[in-house]
Every structure is written in C-alpha cells, then in structure tokens.
Write a protein that binds this ligand. Structure first.
Ligand SMILES: [Zn+2]
Length: 420
C-alpha cells in the first residue's frame, strides 16, 4: 500500500499544509462569463464530498519571478472532465467585457508563472472539522456499525453528518467523549492508496465514494487504527490539531440521526459565545450559573401568578362596567382581553339586558373587535344591520356574532341605543 501517489497536480492531497506555491498556468478559459485557469499543479482543493472549494489568491510573477502589482482572487475551484480549474475574480482588469476576455488571456497566457496563496485560516478550520467528523463517525461506526450517509461541511453552521441509525443523548455523549479521547491520544492521520486487489481486503467506510484510485484516510497506526475512510479532502496530520470535537445538534433524520458538530477553533468560538450568553443570563437572573434553571422556573411561576391576578383585576373592572351599564346595552373595553374574556363579558351583558347587547374591545384609532347579538336569537339580523349602518365585518351564529369594526365609540353607542 502506497503512502503517497505521484500526483503532481493535486498537491493538497499529499501536502495539506502547503499554503503557498509557485506554478505555471496551463490553460486560461472563459466560460459563461466566468474566468478559469488550469495550473500545472494546485494547492486549491476543488469542491467535493460535502466540502466546499478552497479560496485564496493568485499573483502573476514577472520573468525575474518578482510578484506583480495585482492579485486575482480565487473564488472557486472545480473539476471539469477530470481536470481542476480555479475560478478567478478579475473585475478590476478591464471594464469592457470583450477587452476583459482579451486582457485575461493575455495575462494568463500559456505558462505564465503564478504564485498561489491559500486562504489558510479557512482551509485549516475545514481540515479540523473534516478530520473531526471522520473521528466521530469512526467511533460511532466501530461501536454501532452505522454509516455516515450524508456529510456537509459548511463554514457558518455546524458541520452535519447523517447517520443511518439512531443514538440517544447518553450514547451521543459517550461517543463525543470517545472522539475527544482520540484527540488526546494525538493519533497520526495520513492518506493511503491501496492497489485495487489490496482494497478488497481492507475494511473501510464510505465505499460509495470510490472512483479510480482509492484514497483512504487512516487515523491511527499499526494495531491501533481507529478509522479508515475513503475521502478526497485534505486532513490534519495528527488528531491533536483538532483540539476539540463538540456535538452541537442532534435531530431525528429519516430512519437515523443528523448530528451537527464543531471542531477546533470554531468549537471554541461557539463555546465562548455560549458562555457569554450564560453569563448575561446569570446577571439578568442574579443567579449562579448552576441555578439558572431554578431562576427561570421561579420567573415562570411569578409570571403565572401575575397573570392570574391580572385576570382577576380585569374581571373586576369589567364587572363594574357591566354593573354601571344600566341604560346602555354595549360596553367598551379599552385594553386588550382574550376571546374567552370577551365571551364571558358578552354572557354577563346578556344576563343583565334584554335584546341586543355588544362588547367592544379596542379604541377609536385602531377599531374594535366585538361580540354582539341576542342570546335568545336574532343575532344574524343584527349582523346585517351592523354591516349596513356601521360597515362592520364578521359573522357567527344566531346566538352571537363576532367581528371587527372601524367606527368611533360614539357612533356605535348611538347605534345600540336605537337598534331593536
Ligand atoms: Zn472525508
């Protein structure tokens, strides 16, 4: 089994720590308004296997190998017909699109020498997270036999893996602990390239990914191999560089589970943010960190007590209004009450008065919600009258109607004085 293949194009495979590299342009292509160069060899990983393409920049060198003024951003790296192309942002070279194409081809003509510079922070973070994913799915696979059937390495949300089996919270916690143990053990990570006949006898994950040349990422060595998985991406060389593997989310997904993780620098940033939030909460609650849940429960209880008192007070206020409504069959409530309180008020008004009664909640500016009618029947006739005279909207049963009205209190009161 080879530890390295003589691949002088995909440098990111065997030299994942190569941040800069001087090479030549083999081809400059313009396609669909996009500008690509194909390099003799590249340090930019092209999008694939759930991981986005590397970014960075390219600087053109003059004949004495000195860097020229302008740098061109590498915004994407893609594989077309088995060849890797770097997409460049060349907005600054010429306004005119025809001239731009000419200028582009002139700058990147055959064999132009260029210096490639990788956006290293982004790449290293992806290496930490991708290697971390291999470890976690590796320990889960070893214990439960589940496979990762969907992997997505995003830069702004947790890295997700879909497993074809379910784990409960305790099991996940134990797997997270074991994955971090593998970090403390600082195991070696490297790529191996088995011959076709050798590959058949090796037990490795993600057999679906295999193309022509099998590339396996091996974690651990000799009789202490933690994981072996087919993969095309660059990885860190030792598990210790991952720093930490933290499970952030776990949701049922299809017949298995979707786990979201963060590793290394991104995990630390996440934990720092969480600490800030927890600290803010402890200040707001004036409670110690371990007493946060109790503090929130006490607040909830307090709110529920206030709600109860509030309902009692509102009922008293409304009852007093009903009591005073001797001559008028409608009452106006200028604070918000819920549908149940409105219905109760309507029932009480109906008990006090014969004929049509109305309960209006709101104000002149924003209009009123209402319950109205006669519990003995005829409410639908009232609905029709209110529609004609007051432009009210709504409907209901013959015992009660409800709706919305945009009229002044005075207008509504005078309507109810005269309606029969
Ligand atoms: Zn992988």
């Amino acid at each position: 089994m080879k530890n390295k293949i003589d691949n002088n194009i995909k440098l990111y495979e065997d030299y994942p720590y190569l941040k800069e590299h001087i090479t030549r342009v083999e081809e400059a292509v313009v396609n669909d308004g996009k500008y690509y160069v194909r390099l003799t060899e590249t340090i930019f990983f092209p999008e694939g296997g759930g991981q986005y393409a590397d970014t960075g920049c390219i600087k053109v060198l003059d004949k004495d190998n000195n860097e020229t003024e302008t740098e061109y951003k590498v915004i994407n790296s893609i594989i077309i017909d088995g060849k890797i192309y770097e997409e460049l942002s060349i907005n600054h070279i010429n306004e005119d699109s025809f001239k731009k194409e000419d200028s582009f081809k002139e700058i990147f003509n055959n064999q132009t020498t260029v210096k490639c510079i990788l956006d290293w922070d982004k790449r290293f973070s992806r290496m930490q997270n991708h290697s971390g994913e291999h470890i976690l799915t590796g320990v889960i696979h070893n214990k439960y036999g589940f496979d990762n059937v969907g992997f997505h390495l995003s830069d702004d949300s947790p890295v997700t893996m879909d497993l074809n089996g379910f784990l409960n919270d305790d099991e996940l916690k134990e797997m997270e602990r074991q994955a971090n143990e593998a970090i403390y053990a600082n195991l070696k990570i490297h790529a191996v390239y088995p011959e076709e006949d050798e590959a058949e006898s090796i037990d490795f994950r993600s057999k679906i990914e295999i193309s022509d040349q099998i590339r396996l990422i091996q974690i651990g060595e000799d009789d202490n191999i933690l994981d072996m998985c087919a993969c095309c991406a660059p990885h860190v060389s030792n598990t210790g560089e991952i720093g930490i593997i933290k499970i952030i989310t776990a949701d049922k997904y299809k017949s298995g589970i979707r786990i979201g993780i963060l590793c290394g620098k991104r995990a630390i940033e996440y934990i720092q943010k969480q600490s800030e939030i927890i600290n803010d909460i402890t200040v707001l609650l004036s409670a110690k960190q371990e007493k946060i849940s109790e503090g929130i429960k006490a607040l909830q209880k307090e709110i529920s007590n206030y709600k109860e008192k509030n309902i009692k007070l509102i009922t008293e206020i409304i009852d007093a209004q009903i009591e005073k409504s001797d001559n008028e069959k409608c009452i106006f409530i200028h604070f918000d009450i819920d549908a149940i309180a409105m219905k109760n008020t309507y029932n009480k008004m109906s008990m006090k008065h014969d004929g049509y009664v109305g309960v209006f909640v709101g104000d002149d500016e924003n209009g009123y919600r209402f319950n109205a009618g006669n519990q003995s029947g005829g409410s639908k006739i009232l609905a029709e009258k209110m529609r004609c005279d007051l432009d009210a909207k709504g409907g209901g049963s013959d015992e009660m109607i409800q709706g919305k009205i945009n009229q002044k209190e005075e207008e509504i009161r005078s309507f109810f004085l005269n309606v029969e």
